[in-house]
Every structure is written in structure tokens, then in C-alpha cells.
Design a protein around this ligand. Structure first.
Ligand code: FE
Ligand code: FE
Ligand code: ZN
Length: 277
């Protein structure tokens, strides 16, 4: 089954997001749990959530892939920044339980000079404080491009974080095509090899979702600039292989390309036309 969608504005609530997804031809979507730069989240409106859940069931939506704010840095050097990350994540995970069984994706963080090993330990420690036994949400570490001091720029770093998390059954990984390309994984010439190495180092069963973005940058640029599908250095042939790859089957695929609603609708239609399943 192809589960395909894009980022959608959360400002009008859940039912509005679901209806917007349908308008785009999508059957899943991503949204920021609060302003991408942080700040307070909207009040939970249970009637709105009920309507959304009915809509999602009626239209057989795949799992949603919520995105934590960009400002959240679980491995910051400053304690108050880490405390903000912890409170935000705790609150987000509590809210995610109103729409049970979905995904919550976050950037593992920037070690800001402390070194990757220290960053990895801090991010894992924070996860150990916020994950709970009864949560139905799976938290996803996003594969990062490795710009600045980002951690999560290699499969080994993601594995190292997972190794230090106690509730591993609540964890997964979201593979961002632009980020892995920028990080130096050659999905254009060797998608099978990249997925094999993911499987060896992390395990494909942990790969829960895909961010599908082309890249403005050439291979291994460590930059992280998303491009429209087929208009960047990755290209449409690779996107076609990704959506049809047996090892990636049934994962929700989220577009984070520089587009307005019309642009997303076109990309969704294009990718559907390339799906062979
Ligand atoms: Fe992201
Ligand atoms: Fe992404
Ligand atoms: Zn990115």
C-alpha cells in the first residue's frame, strides 16, 4: 500500500488537516505539533479529534508522522535548552496519545561542540526521561544531513542513540532522502547498498517512515536544502525506486519539498503514477 502525503498546517486543527490531506490526494500527512520554532501548542479540542479519527478511518489513512519543532535540541550544552526540549517532548507525547498509534519524528540534536559521543548520550538520556510504558506513539529519530554539529548524520550514530535508550520498542527511524544523500549515502547509484547498510547497522524493522525530498546539493554536501521532487541532484528515477522498493513497502512517505498546496498535489499525483504496487 502506498501511504503518501505532505506537511500540512496544523493551525485549523485535526479535522481540517485530514480534509486538506484528502484534497491533496494524500492518505497520510505530517504536521508540526506546535510552531516549528517552538512556543505553546494549541489547546486539544476533543470534538475535533473525534471528527478527524472518523475521517482517517473512513479514508484508510496510514500512520501520521508528526514533527517536533526545529528548535528542540535534546543534546544542547545549556541545561535550560535541554529542559525546554524535555518539557516540549513530554507535552507533545501526551498530546499524541489523543490520536493513538502514530509517529512523532524529531531531529536528534546538535552537540554544539561537545562532540558526537556526548551529544548521543544526552539525547538518549532525554528519551529515557520522556518515553513511557503505555504510550502508543512511536518516536522516530530522523536521519540528518550532518550540517554544523548535528548528530544522527550516520546510521552508526542513530544506532548508538538507540543502544542507550531503555524503551527501544517505542523507537524507530525516519529516513529523509535529502538528508542521507547530503550526509554521503549514495541512494542514486546504490540504493540497495544503502538499505543493506541500514539493515546491518540499525535493522530495517526500525525504519518506520520516509521523508521524500530532492536535494539542492550534490552528493555528500552536508548542507540540507530540500528541492522539489525530480528537480534536484537526486532525481525522479531514484524517487521511483524508493517508493517501489520492497524493503520500504507500506511506510508512510512524507513530502517536505518547497511547495504550496498545488505543488504538493502535483507531486503526490506524480508519485502515485510511478507506483507499481
Ligand atoms: Fe525534519
Ligand atoms: Fe525531513
Ligand atoms: Zn531537511
Amino acid at each position: 500500500m502506498l501511504y503518501l502525503g505532505s506537511h500540512i498546517s496544523a493551525s485549523k486543527g485535526y479535522e481540517a488537516m485530514g480534509r486538506q490531506a484528502l484534497k491533496l490526494g494524500a492518505n497520510t500527512f505530517a504536521f508540526f505539533t506546535r510552531n516549528p520554532r517552538g512556543g505553546r501548542a494549541k489547546e486539544i479540542d476533543e470534538a475535533d479529534i473525534e471528527k478527524f479519527l472518523a475521517l482517517a478511518e473512513e479514508h484508510a489513512f496510514g500512520k501520521l508522522v508528526a514533527h517536533a519543532p526545529y528548535t528542540l535540541n535534546a543534546c544542547a550544552a545549556k541545561e535550560d535548552v535541554r529542559a525546554f526540549a524535555k518539557e516540549t517532548m513530554k507535552d507533545d507525547l501526551m498530546r499524541m496519545e489523543y490520536t493513538p498509534g502514530n509517529y512523532y519524528n524529531f531531529h536528534p540534536g546538535s552537540h554544539v561542540g561537545q562532540g558526537s559521543e556526548a551529544g548521543i548520550a544526552l539525547t538518549a538520556a532525554l528519551l529515557n526521561e520522556v518515553l513511557t510504558e503505555h504510550q502508543t506513539t512511536t518516536v522516530l529519530l530522523e536521519t540528518m544531513a550532518g550540517k554544523g554539529t548535528e548528530i544522527g548524520r550516520s546510521f552508526e550514530e542513530l544506532r548508538a542513540i538507540l543502544d542507550q535508550v531503555n524503551r527501544k520498542e517505542k523507537m524507530g527511524v525516519c529516513l529523509d532522502t535529502c538528508h542521507v544523500w547530503d550526509a554521503g549515502y549514495d541512494i542514486v547509484n546504490d540504493l540497495d547498498g544503502v538499505l543493506d547498510s541500514f539493515d546491518r547497522i540499525i535493522g530495517l524493522e526500525r525504519l518506520k517512515a520516509i521523508h521524500m525530498n530532492d536535494s539542492m546539493n550534490p552528493f555528500a554536501a552536508h548542507k540540507d536544502r530540500h528541492e522539489k521532487i525530480g528537480e534536484g541532484h537526486i532525481g525522479i528515477e531514484t524517487m521511483k525506486r524508493v517508493i517501489n522498493h520492497p524493503a520500504l513497502k507500506d511506510r508512510p512517505i512524507i513530502l517536505e519539498t518547497p511547495n504550496d498546496a498545488d505543488g504538493y498535489a502535483k507531486e503526490i499525483a506524480l508519485l502515485k503514477s510511478l507506483y507499481e504496487g
